[in-house]
Design a protein around this ligand. Sequence first.
Ligand code: NAD
Length: 399
Amino acid sequence: MLNGEKKIARPLRWAMIGGGRTSQVGYKHRTGALRDNTAFQLIAGAFDIDAERGKEFGVNIGVDENRCYPDYRTMFTEEAKREDGIEVVTIATPNGTHYEITKAALNAGLHVICEKPLFFTVEEGEEVKELAEKQGKIVGVTYGYSGNQMVLQMRAMIEQGKIGEIRVVDLQYTHGFNATDQGEKTSAAQKWRVDPKVAGPSFVLGDLSTHTYYMSELIMPEMKIKKLLCDRQSFVGTRAPLEDNAFVMMHYENGAVGRLWTSSINAGCMDGQRIRIVGTKASLEWWDSKPNQLKYEVQGEPAQTLIRAMPYMDETCNADERLGALHQEGLSEAWANIYLKFAVAIDAKNRGDEDTLKSLVYPDIDAGIQGIRWIENCVRSADNGGVWVEFETKKLVQA
Ligand code: NAD
């Protein structure tokens, strides 16, 4: 159980790039990082592309005026001159900026926590991984809901054979907020999401499905995708070539099959992510509209609803428990759990504690690269006419 007591010797000196007043995701980072007073301290930032607005915002959230910088390069230079300079930076800017800023941060000797999708290409990911290793730094990726404890419960139950051999993987991350092009007209955040120069090679595949794909990897670490087929559409035509809807079919190496639906035109849908894993004996199902519950359905027996924090849950699940079973946890706690793991990973890296790093389950740079690989494969399949592609290589599968 977590109660805010320290997990590392002292809080890390932390800064943000982006995540300012108009940003969609900035507050989620702060509620995550600052939930445990003992993990991170927000002491600097280049919060906004608009320097004045960024400074005003930084001051309003309690950051020293002199440490609210006009841009990230100035922040890296000025903070490096201080004995109490920043040690870790979060990058919460639009996708197309992640690669350059991550490299600059690592070269400035900082650990990095970056938004997804991490970069545009796997090659960029491999290059930055090498740089991070050379610099002895961590790169974490904020797949927010992957910090929900039910993900670890599912992982433990599958490992313990509670559902038998996995046969079917059914994933969904959809919403209806882009059923029309209204967002592109009124929201800067939606406008860049459908511009390939800023968003990268995909819209919803990167924006939404990378989360669910990562969670499926966390839940089923032994399951490897052998090949996949993706069909993507832009129902609002101005979004082409980027998709606002996609279906992906997967074949796994153990013979299991899967499907993923991702969409932002699922009109009326307010339940984002759903994960159902079907085994030979039973199924597990989690839906983020009821994040404290896990359905466990054994064939031939009454269905069970497992509740977060109860003593019958796995110890790996309850290790991240904060509020007790009577009270609901949700997205904020999931973010706090991820940020706490980033802090522990950074501290372990600083101390050369490889054992802690190996045993810690959190979205690291490999998870970020795997998310890019997922997008690359989906786009390659879809843009070749919806054909099967081999996942780990760049081959199309012969008909
Ligand atoms: P947004 O457009 O709402 O906000 C972007 C913010 O970055 C703004 O404050 C903007 O002023 C600032 N900015 C842009 N360029 C900058 C620069 N060079 N230097 C400093 N600040 C800069 O975007 P958003 O929706 O918050 O998305 C940001 C990132 O977060 C994207 O990569 C997106 O995919 C990701 N995201 C992740 C989640 C999640 O659950 N993990 C949720 C939403 C968004």
